[in-house]
Design a protein around this ligand. Structure first.
Ligand SMILES: NC(=O)c1ccc[n+]([C@@H]2O[C@H](COP(=O)([O-])OP(=O)(O)OC[C@H]3O[C@@H](n4cnc5c(N)ncnc54)[C@H](OP(=O)(O)O)[C@@H]3O)[C@@H](O)[C@H]2O)c1
Length: 330
């Protein structure tokens, strides 16, 4: 799949046949199994993201692939044909059947990590881990609050926080399938699932949050900041509402609220990403991040997938199944 101009993804992305280059001595030839459509993928295609690939470009920053062939200088003790690998960096273009990629940009994933979990392991769970680790030292019993709690990042935050005995106040939008979504989030550990309007009342019995995680912006971000404890930190990592983040002046002066930002692609080197995966993969092997719901589409149906990925209130992450998917076990 490629796009040669910026615009709405379902319009500008095309399916094309492109010659694969030779597998160089330090390269690996892979067949992609599955790749999700994340909000940043759509933003990059629309030209609204700071990362601007040279065009034409293959979209997709996350995915899992099967090694088909390794270059002559690639460590055959590490990579061998049949291994599953994920990219250590964004920007390679995962929405494609096959690719020749530098071996040092790939990370091997054990075969007992489910395919769709592996396909969605390198951006959202590492982001959740950084959000919990890099800003506030949270002790067991502490509370955090987040909006967009049913997003992939939000669900990973819930699972990671629960494992550390950290309480989570989870804000989602009013939606037709509220009961289903809120019971799913509670099943993975959410302490409270609530709407923006009900958040204060729903969490009155809990310690005030020390950390707020914002991927929405606008009034939702302001509400998170207002609910923080004295000296609390709000970290913005997404802007789904496309509205600015406003922190009222008294919160800064009288409550010493700190406002920070985070971007995995900027704040995390390849080595740091590998270290994060080393923490996350054992968890994934025990079933973490696997209860996230998915809506899968065959590559031939990519326009419907792109359309669906841009809609609100989806039942799960939209994932493209590439042809090699049929050859592997789930
Ligand atoms: N900074 C980083 O390093 C980093 C890394 C990963 C992700 N992100 C960002 O994190 C955010 C979530 O990514 P994801 O892949 O986890 O998302 P996702 O699974 O695709 O879910 C999207 C989420 O955004 C919500 N949403 C969509 N439009 C909204 C609006 N207008 N107002 C309020 N909520 C809205 C959805 O709520 P509904 O279900 O109600 O529609 C859903 O909770 C995105 O902004 C993404 O770019 C940032």
């Amino acid at each position: 799949m490629r796009f040669a101009e910026h615009g709405e993804a379902a319009t500008v992305v095309k399916l094309e046949e492109v010659e694969l280059g030779q597998t160089g001595p330090k390269d690996v030839l892979v067949d992609f199994l599955a790749a999700p459509i994340n909000p940043s993928d759509l933003n990059i295609i629309e030209g609204k993201y700071p990362l601007k690939p040279s065009l034409p470009a293959t979209p997709g920053n996350e995915g899992v692939a099967l090694v088909r062939e390794i270059g002559s200088e690639v460590d055959s003790n590490y990579f061998k044909p049949g291994d599953r690998v994920v990219p250590l960096e964004a920007g390679f273009g995962t929405w494609r059947t096959s690719a020749v990629l530098p071996a040092d940009c790939l990370y091997r994933v054990p075969s007992n990590v489910p395919t769709l979990t592996a396909a969605t392991l390198t951006i959202n769970p590492p982001t959740a881990l950084c959000l919990l680790d890099k800003f506030v030292h949270l002790q067991p019993g502490a509370t955090i609050i987040q909006n967009g709690a049913n997003s992939a990042v939000g669900q990973a935050v819930i699972e990671l926080a629960t494992a550390r005995k950290i309480n989570t106040i989870n804000i989602i939008r009013e939606r037709p399938d509220w009961d289903e979504v809120s019971s799913h989030l509670r099943s993975i550990g959410a302490t409270v699932v609530t709407t923006l309007d009900q958040a204060l009342a729903a969490s009155a019995h809990m310690p005030k949050p020390e950390l707020a995680l914002n991927c929405v912006g606008g009034p939702s971000a302001t509400k998170l900041a207002k609910m923080l404890s004295h000296g609390g930190t709000i970290v913005t990592y997404g802007g789904m509402s496309l509205q600015p983040v406003t922190i009222p002046t008294p919160l800064l002066i009288f409550k010493d609220i700190r406002a920070r930002g985070f971007a995995l692609s900027i704040n995390c080197s390849r080595a740091e990403k590998a270290a994060l995966l080393e923490q996350l993969i054992p968890m994934a092997q025990k079933g973490a991040f696997s209860s996230q719901r998915f809506e899968t589409y065959a590559i031939e149906d990519f326009k419907s997938a792109l359309q669906r990925a841009s809609e609100p209130f989806r039942g799960g992450k939209v994932v493209l199944e590439l042809p090699a998917y049929d050859t592997c076990e789930a």
